[in-house]
Design a protein around this ligand. Structure first.
Ligand SMILES: [Zn+2]
Length: 93
């Protein structure tokens, strides 16, 4: 895997300081794949305070509060629904 340019990562970090975004919003804003956006987030979380607004099950309202993985959960542990809102990420100083 090739190393991503540092500048783009800094840009993403800056954008997340201004307000929370989910993976899709990040990938659209920077024209990158969600998978790459997730990769940047992992790196950002090592050097900055990455805060996560948890995913919520759109079917029963279950909140994925204890989750510390960055990606969107695939399925609700309570009702097994796959309609899950993506977590939103924010960088706090
Ligand atoms: Zn559910």
């Amino acid at each position: 895997m090739d190393e991503k340019p540092k500048t783009l990562r800094k840009e993403i970090e800056k954008a997340l300081e201004d307000g929370p975004m989910d993976l899709r919003e990040i990938s659209q804003l920077f024209r990158i794949r969600e998978k790459d956006a997730l990769d940047h987030l992992r790196h950002i979380s090592r050097s900055a305070q990455l805060k996560m607004e948890p995913s919520v099950c759109l079917e029963c309202g279950f909140t994925f509060k204890k989750r510390d993985r960055l990606n969107t959960p695939s399925r609700c542990p309570l009702c097994k629904s796959e309609s899950i809102s993506p977590p939103r990420y924010q960088v706090t100083r």
